[in-house]
Design a protein. Structure first.
Length: 281
C-alpha cells in the first residue's frame, strides 16, 4: 500500500527513517519483549534491535532486519535512544489490533537524532495519524558476552515442544532446572512446586529435536519469574535455540515467522539462579 502521508520537509535530516506496509509486523514482535515500560532502540544499516532489561538478570532483544522494512535508512554508523515501549505499542495499534480483512496499517517512522522525538506516521483506509514520542538518553546495557565460541551446549527444538513443557510443568515452582548432557537424560526440564518435583525429558532423537550439540553435562536453575516473559515470544515462534555457556548463562533464541513469511528473531538472556552440584541432581 503506498504511503501518502510524507513527513514534512526540514533542514534537519533524519538519522533514521523506515517504512512498513503493515505495522502489525513490528508491534507483534515488540509485544514479545514488552515486560518493562522502557526499551532501548539501536539501529544500524543491518536493521533495528529493541532491548528490554529487568533487575540486571534478564535481557530481551527483538531483531528486525532491514529487509523486513520497505524502506530502512540510517545516516550514521549507529543510532541509539531509549523510549517508552508501552507508549510506542499504543501508537502502533492506534487503529486497533485487528484490521478488517484486506486492510493494514502502514507505518513511516522517523527520528532526527539526540533530543528529538520519534515520529510515527500511521495510515489506514486513508486516515493518517501522527504520533510524537519523546526519547531519552539510553542506559548502559548489560553485556552477557554470549558469543558462539563460548557456547558449551546448544539444542534447537520445535517451539511446540517447549510450549507443551511450560503447560505441563508445575509453575508454582520458583525455579526451572535445565539439564543438558551428551548422555541421558540429554535434555531435561524440572520444576519443584507445591505438588512435588516434575521432570520432562527430551531424547536426542526426538521428533521435536532439530539439532543437538552438547559437549558436557550442565545443570542450572533459573528463576521462573524471569523466564515467564519469554513465553510471549515462545507463543509466536516456530523454533527455539537453547544455549548455555560455561557459567550457566542461558540464551533462548526464538525464530518468528510473520504473516508474509519473513523471519525475525527474539532473544532472551538469563543469568542462572544457582549452580547445582551433581550430588543434588
Amino acid at each position: 500500500m503506498p504511503f501518502s502521508a510524507q513527513p514534512p520537509a526540514s533542514a534537519e535530516p533524519y538519522v533514521l527513517s523506515a517504512s512498513l506496509d503493515n505495522a502489525r509486523h513490528l508491534s507483534s514482535l515488540l509485544r514479545a519483549v514488552h515486560f518493562q515500560d522502557h526499551a532501548t532502540c539501536f539501529a544500524t544499516a543491518s536493521g533495528l534491535r529493541v532491548t528490554v532489561e529487568d533487575a540486571k538478570c534478564i535481557q530481551a532483544n527483538a531483531f528486525v532486519q532491514a529487509e523486513i522494512f520497505q524502506e530502512f535508512s540510517v545516516q550514521e554508523e549507529s543510532v541509539m535512544f531509549r523510549i517508552n515501549l508501552s507508549v510506542l505499542l499504543d501508537c502502533l495499534t492506534i487503529f486497533g489490533t485487528s484490521s478488517m480483512p484486506g486492510t493494514s496499517t502502514a507505518l513511516r517512522m522517523c527520528y532526527r537524532g539526540y533530543g528529538y522525538p520519534l515520529m510515527l506516521f500511521l495510515e489506514e483506509g486513508g486516515v493518517v495519524t501522527v504520533c510524537k514520542i519523546n526519547t531519552q538518553e539510553p542506559d548502559e546495557l548489560l553485556d552477557f558476552d554470549f558469543c558462539s565460541t563460548k557456547v558449551v551446549n546448544k539444542i534447537i527444538l520445535q517451539s511446540e515442544g517447549l510450549r507443551e513443557a511450560f503447560a505441563e510443568l508445575d509453575m508454582t515452582s520458583e525455579v526451572l532446572q535445565i539439564t543438558m548432557s551428551p548422555d541421558k537424560p540429554y535434555f531435561r526440564l524440572s520444576t519443584f512446586g507445591n505438588a512435588g518435583s516434575a521432570h520432562l525429558d527430551y531424547p536426542r532423537d526426538s521428533d521435536l529435536m532439530e539439532a543437538f550439540h552438547c559437549n558436557q553435562t550442565q545443570t542450572n536453575r533459573y528463576k521462573i519469574s524471569l523466564l515467564k516473559p519469554s513465553t510471549k515470544a515462545l507463543a509466536l515462534s516456530c523454533k527455539v535455540s537453547i544455549r548455555t555457556d560455561a557459567q550457566g548463562f542461558l540464551s533462548l533464541q526464538y525464530m518468528i515467522r510473520n504473516e508474509d513469511g519473513q523471519i525475525c528473531f527474539v532473544e532472551y538472556y538469563c543469568c542462572p539462579d544457582e549452580n547445582i552440584s551433581e550430588a543434588e541432581v
